[in-house]
Design a binder for this molecule. Structure first.
Ligand SMILES: C[S@@+](CC[C@H](N)C(=O)[O-])C[C@H]1O[C@@H](n2cnc3c(N)ncnc32)[C@H](O)[C@@H]1O
Length: 306
């Protein structure tokens, strides 16, 4: 597994709820380390386990991995393979033999379940404007239950979307379908300058409360100049499948994105094909197109690059 003396190798374990979405977990880490010459070998030790993949990284970038790992959504554990003396036998959690050499898996980072839990929609306070115009605190707001309305996205998925559009110099991010603010909450926590939109006026106070510059309105016609944002991360309302509308939203997202910037979209499977078609017509590249089973509902994740 040693490519050269200055490259270390890491075993990454995907959180059990997303273990089937290995392609996305790999794409997430590749994006988060896009300035670090990371490689993603197709095989490695412990391949008998599900939800495991491998990363090769020049040692000079090891501090960057440790610094950025806390942002990860789909991966929950990273171990470095450290060369060790031959052991008499293999035991779980102990030294392991791979391609004739012995390695000790050394923990580099593990997801903090408590921190993840505290950030989750059911633990957050969200300021919601009622039909009477009065703003009330809605603890644990997860959406209005309608097919086109707000529905809070779990934290691992919000982090995944933001990591897929990571660029070292990206400062501003837009979520044009912000809903109950899962992506906005995470983006503000990381320190992005966040802008959001939603056509539903009730969610405006909550999104502003998280720290976003919020606009109530429709993504069919966004009130932003072209090339305004370094990144877009968003989750579409899954029930909208009219080709014209999806085409229009895609066009608008590409219009407000800076050249070479990326847009990560979680959407339904039918929406994915409509978005990819509109992206090609708009001369954008589809960098990632993967499916993920979210509690029995198949959705897709796309990354477009302008
Ligand atoms: C799936 S939800 C987004 C949920 C969000 N990711 C979260 O974590 O809460 C989609 C959102 O799109 C909004 N929406 C629907 N049509 C829209 C449009 N034309 N323009 C802007 N927002 C729209 C809905 O009100 C809903 O809040």
């Amino acid at each position: 597994m040693q490519e050269n003396a200055h490259t270390s190798h890491y075993i990454c374990t995907v959180r059990p709820s997303r273990a089937k979405a290995l392609g996305l977990a790999r794409a997430e880490i590749a994006a988060l380390l896009r300035d670090c010459d990371a490689t993603l070998p197709s095989g490695g030790p412990l391949s008998e386990r599900s939800g495991v993949f491998w990363v090769g990284l020049p040692d000079v970038h090891a501090p960057t991995l440790e610094e950025r790992a806390v942002r990860l959504g789909y991966t929950e554990r990273i171990e470095e393979l450290v060369a060790t003396a031959p052991a008499r036998r293999v035991r779980p959690g102990g030294p392991l033999k791979w391609k004739g050499s012995w390695y000790e898996p050394l923990s580099v980072w593990e997801s903090d379940r408590k921190e993840m839990r505290v950030s989750s929609p059911d633990m957050r306070d969200f300021a919601l404007r009622g039909e009477d115009g009065v703003v009330r605190s809605a603890h644990g707001y997860r959406g209005d239950g309608s097919s086109l309305g707000p529905k809070a996205l779990p934290v691992p998925d919000c982090r995944l979307l933001l990591n897929l559009v990571f660029a070292p110099d990206a400062r501003s991010v837009l979520d044009p379908f912000a809903g109950a603010g899962g992506v906005v909450h995470e983006a503000c926590r990381i320190g992005y300058s966040v802008t959001s939109m939603d056509r539903e006026p009730s969610v405006a106070p909550g999104l502003e409360g998280f720290g976003s510059a919020h606009h109530t309105g429709t993504a069919d016609a966004m009130p932003f100049d072209r090339e305004s944002f370094d990144a877009i991360a968003t989750e579409l309302p899954y029930a909208e499948n009219r080709p014209q509308i999806i085409g229009r939203w895609t066009q608008e997202m590409l219009r407000v994105l800076r050249p070479e910037a990326r847009c990560a979209i979680m959407c339904s499977i039918p929406q994915r094909d409509l978005i990819a078609g509109a992206a090609h017509r708009g001369a954008a590249t589809v960098d990632v197109s993967e499916e993920v089973d979210r509690r029995g509902v198949d959705v897709a994740v796309l990354v477009l690059r302008r």
